[in-house]
Design a protein around this ligand. Structure first.
Ligand SMILES: Cc1cc2nc3c(=O)[nH]c(=O)nc-3n(C[C@H](O)[C@H](O)[C@H](O)COP(=O)(O)O)c2cc1C
Length: 368
């Protein structure tokens, strides 16, 4: 039914316009208590066996909404209503910024993919912090806050920009993510080099500890799928050394592998990050490498090309305690999280594992 609706309505609209239209409907529905309760009852049924504990937080399940969908934290309850177990808002930057000129989001329908060069369009950390501070949560969903660098801030001053956002936002975050992996802010991904990443993560950790008393806000770093293997290992080692809580793998890719070339070739040349189905293999590969390096010492979050329960299950077996998705939501629609939960519960119940936690990283423990 959704696919028919997608073809009829959304496919005819500009992708970014379609996003805001759908977003408006979700927010509107979430504001009407009867409707909200009804939708949540249908779309977010709870499977007890999927209950997840990660980063010291309790969640209904392992499946969250990846960063970039709700950049300004305006639809946390709306997205919770649709069944996501955690919502990662952002990326939020130190200062507000409009992002890149439009058109900056492209749908590759046949490839079940997106290319975006949004460029961190967001209202800035002061406005988002104020919104989160004033929020009366309807659903007690875990909220992650993903922060990035303001475009006009030079690379050498990046840490101060992240620290500013941390000071404003950490108190409102169940967990905090340092995003150094978007391809759409010039120079941002250079911050993944350990000589830049070490002082950056140290400064953010200290800022979080300074600004939040009574609890330690879990800190994660989100990495690109385009890192070379040695660099993935280096980030993993650094994360362990610094006592980071997690690594999110992965962001979008600048590569154009895995595209069918039969669908929308005119779009393949668009600059930006590719997400969705073509990213699946590489994201899984990065996750496997990370798990081989850090094991259970750090929480791994698998994201990139997850389309269905089988994909999510494969990430868990590869070492992810949490999984996230974005692009497939555009193609699968509002029943997506429900289908993932149902399929995950079925897989777990027919697996040799008693709990999801037991399944995490099981592939790596299999005799070769
Ligand atoms: C339109 C769009 C905007 C995004 N914006 C952000 C962002 O602001 N910050 C971020 O960390 N990731 C962002 N992402 C990346 C996603 O969070 C995710 O890592 C990536 O899309 C891979 O997952 P997917 O294949 O399920 O979409 C964005 C992705 C898309 C498609």
């Amino acid at each position: 039914m959704y696919k028919f609706f997608f073809d009829l309505v959304f496919k005819r609209m500009d992708p970014e316009q379609a996003h805001y239209t759908a977003f408006r409907w979700i927010r509107l529905a979430a504001r009407i208590p009867v409707l909200r309760t009804f939708i949540a009852a249908v779309l977010a049924p709870r499977h007890k066996e999927l209950r997840t504990e990660a980063l010291g937080l309790r969640m209904h399940g392992p499946f969250g909404l990846a960063a970039g969908f709700d950049k300004n934290a305006v639809a946390i309850d709306g997205m919770s209503m649709l069944g996501f177990d955690h919502i990662e808002i952002g990326t939020v930057t130190g200062e507000p910024q409009p992002g890149n000129p439009k058109k900056r989001l492209f749908r590759l329908v046949q490839d079940r993919a997106l290319i975006n060069r949004m460029g961190f369009n967001n209202e800035g950390s002061a406005a988002v912090a104020e919104r989160l501070g004033a929020r009366r949560a309807v659903f007690k969903t875990v909220v992650g806050v993903n922060i990035g660098k303001t475009k006009v801030v030079p690379e050498e001053e990046a840490a101060a920009d992240y620290v500013k956002s941390t000071e404003r936002l950490a108190a409102h975050a169940d967990y905090l993510v340092v995003n150094v992996s978007s391809p759409n802010t010039p120079g941002l991904r250079n911050l993944q080099a350990t000589e830049s990443l070490r002082p950056l993560l140290t400064a953010v950790r200290e800022a979080a500890d300074r600004s939040v008393s009574g609890r330690r806000v879990p800190l994660l770093v989100k990495i690109a799928p385009d890192l070379a293997d040695e660099d993935i290992d280096a980030v993993a080692d650094l994360a362990v050394e610094l006592g980071l809580d997690g690594i999110i793998a992965t962001n979008t890719t600048i590569a154009r592998e895995g595209l069918g070339l039969q669908s929308e070739p005119s779009l393949y040349g668009e600059t930006g990050g590719l997400s969705g189905a073509p990213l699946k293999e590489r994201s899984l590969e990065v996750l496997r490498r990370l798990y081989a390096r850090v094991g259970d010492r750090i929480t791994l979050v698998g994201v990139g090309g997850i389309e269905n329960a089988e994909d999510a299950w494969q990430r868990i077996l590869a070492g992810a305690t949490l999984v996230q998705g974005y692009s497939a939501f555009i193609y699968e629609g509002p029943f997506w999280a429900r289908a993932i939960h149902k399929g995950l519960a079925a897989r777990l119940n027919t697996s040799p594992y008693a709990t999801l936690a037991e399944a995490v990283g099981a592939d790596a423990r299999k005799p070769q």
